[in-house]
Design a binder for this molecule. Structure first.
Ligand code: NAP
Length: 286
């Protein structure tokens, strides 16, 4: 394949780790190409999309705040992205835009990589934004037995439960107030507790959604935030007796899945090398 012209749109993206990830993947897979950041506001999205098409771009990632705004520009959209209602990866083919969501598969692959089998587990998902939708879709599609959504704005959790319930009517999806005593009553022996909110992200590294109660030994605590790698939430999960999974592998796996869509074949990569590269980059911001 000739030069693979790739990039990312969103705002702010100055600190995005995606250029480091994709530059590594291009090199590692012997593919000539480039991956550039295109700072884009919702108000200049139409112009940006048109410029990218004219530039011969093969594909691009879409991040905050454009994951839903991009939808009207797409010729078609994968079933997963349609159900999630958000697109983070666009493939350009014959001047047409094809939308995908790799956050969901990235999350599921990070669980799989840690040896987590989700059947016979119940999940408590904190947050009801775009990342939560992707996580909940992945869990439901892979057969989690039950999901509880807790969100600061309860209405948003309710809407999410109703919209996902239409696609997965066989799974119990409930909502819960943003209150740790109430949330604790939903924590089962084999609970998967996932923080999909942005609470605890740098620079607010002392913040945490909740102080977790003592947890069953088989419980798993996951944080989508990866800057810092060990958030307060992850640290509390460890002290509460659970296994923990940070957000960096999800970030890597969502990026690899996007790259594979653009490349058209499986990508070669070394997870540990990539983690170290990305951690070095994160350290350079502090
Ligand atoms: N690891 C990865 O690959 C990956 C992928 C995607 C996203 N993420 C991370 O996931 C996080 C969420 O992203 P998103 O796209 O879902 O954002 P979003 O759509 O803006 O949703 C933000 C969520 O956080 C909640 N929230 C924000 N501030 C809060 C506070 N002070 N107290 C309680 N809840 C609060 C919001 O609750 P309300 O509804 O009440 O406002 C909402 O549920 C970000 O940190 C992002 O970097 C990581």
């Amino acid at each position: 394949m000739s030069h693979l012209h790739l990039g990312i749109i969103g705002c702010p993206i100055r600190h995005s780790l995606s250029p480091v990830l994709h530059t590594y993947l291009l090199q590692q897979n012997g593919q000539e190409g480039s991956y550039r950041s295109f700072e884009t506001q919702p108000s200049n999205l139409a112009e940006r999309v048109s410029d990218l098409l004219n530039s011969g771009i093969r594909g691009f990632n879409v991040t905050i705040p454009l994951k839903q705004e991009i939808l009207p520009f797409l010729t078609d959209i994968s079933n997963a992205a349609k159900t999630i209602g958000a697109v983070n990866t666009v493939l350009v083919h014959d001047n047409r835009l094809h939308g995908h969501n790799t956050d969901s598969s990235g999350f599921m692959r990070s669980l799989q990589h840690s040896g987590i089998e989700i059947k016979q587990r119940s999940a408590i998902v904190l947050g009801a934004g775009g990342a939560s939708r992707a996580v909940i879709y992945g869990l439901l599609a892979e057969g989690i037995s039950e999901i509880t959504i807790a969100n600061r704005t309860l209405e948003r959790a309710r809407n999410l439960a109703v919209s996902m319930g239409r696609f997965f009517p066989e799974t119990a999806i409930s909502v819960c107030d943003w209150n740790i005593e109430k949330i604790a009553s939903h924590i089962s022996e084999r609970a998967l507790i996932v923080n999909t909110t942005s609470v605890g992200m740098w620079p607010d590294i002392d913040k945490t959604p909740f102080v977790l109660p003592a947890l069953p030994a088989e419980a798993i605590v996951v944080d989508l935030v990866y800057n810092p790698l060990e958030t307060q939430f992850i640290a509390q999960g460890k002290s509460a007796g659970a296994s923990t999974i940070d957000g960096l592998n999800m970030f890597i796996f969502q990026g690899v899945a996007a790259f594979e869509i653009w490349l058209g074949r499986a990508a070669i990569f070394d997870l540990e090398v990539l983690r170290n590269l990305l951690l070095e980059k994160l350290a350079s911001y502090e």
